[in-house]
Design a protein around this ligand. Structure first.
Ligand code: G4P
Length: 191
């Protein structure tokens, strides 16, 4: 998605060879117009996959997931990283280890939100090592539902995420694929 790549070129800050900061439109301040276009793009990509629900992980996945659900007219679920006060025994949960942040989060969602008839589209802001997306697919499968696909806003293609997700049998569509962050420069895979 050219507009997204241009925003990354203009506003992204390369922190080191592994981390890109995009706090002006995705991870801290959010650009709703760009998010809407991202939602439209995911809706186009996944229109044939008979999606019934969109799922993401709090917090930065919520904006692109919400806009995707808005355009596709589908409910959007966000898995939580902290147990809500309303939690009961009817929660599905799994552990997700973040290589980037070196923390393990137990992510969870209420069982009643998914049923075996659901075909669920996973949306996330970044794909690094794939742990968050794999955790979400695990929750979907535990609920007996199907994974319709995985949509990622920014993929760091030099990390393991895509390979791990594809090996697990999922189709991954990323709107911007970063080949490298070397020498303080963002290189995209298709340039
Ligand atoms: P993985 O799920 O693909 O394995 O990713 P990993 O655990 O390594 O990264 C976990 C967190 O770090 C995620 O945020 C992810 O969005 C973020 N992250 C990974 N690489 C980058 C990067 O290059 N730039 C930025 N800005 N973020 C990155 P999170 O913990 O879920 O936080 P949030 O959603 O609450 O913001």
């Amino acid at each position: 998605m050219e507009e997204l790549k241009n925003r990354i070129r203009k506003e992204g800050k390369v922190i080191d060879e592994e981390i890109l900061k995009v706090d002006h439109f995705l991870n801290h301040q959010i650009d709703p117009i760009l998010m809407c276009k991202i939602g439209e793009q995911f809706a186009r990509i996944f229109k044939e996959t008979e999606v019934t629900k969109v799922i993401t992980l709090e917090s930065s996945g919520i904006a692109p997931a919400l806009m995707t659900g808005f355009i596709m007219k589908l409910p959007v679920i966000f898995a939580r990283k902290k147990k809500p006060v309303t939690a009961n025994e009817d929660m599905l949960s799994t552990e997700v280890y973040s290589f980037t942040k070196k923390v393990t989060n137990t992510i969870s969602l209420e069982k009643s939100l998914l049923s075996p008839e659901d075909r669920v589209l996973v949306i996330d802001d970044f794909l690094a090592n794939g742990a968050a997306s794999l955790g979400l697919t695990k929750l979907i499968k535990t609920a007996g539902a199907k994974v319709a696909g995985i949509g990622i806003v920014i993929e760091k293609s030099f990390q393991e995420g895509r390979r791990r997700l594809e090996e697990a049998g999922y189709s991954v569509c990323s709107l911007a694929r970063i080949a490298s962050l070397k020498e303080n420069h963002v290189s995209f895979l298709d340039e």
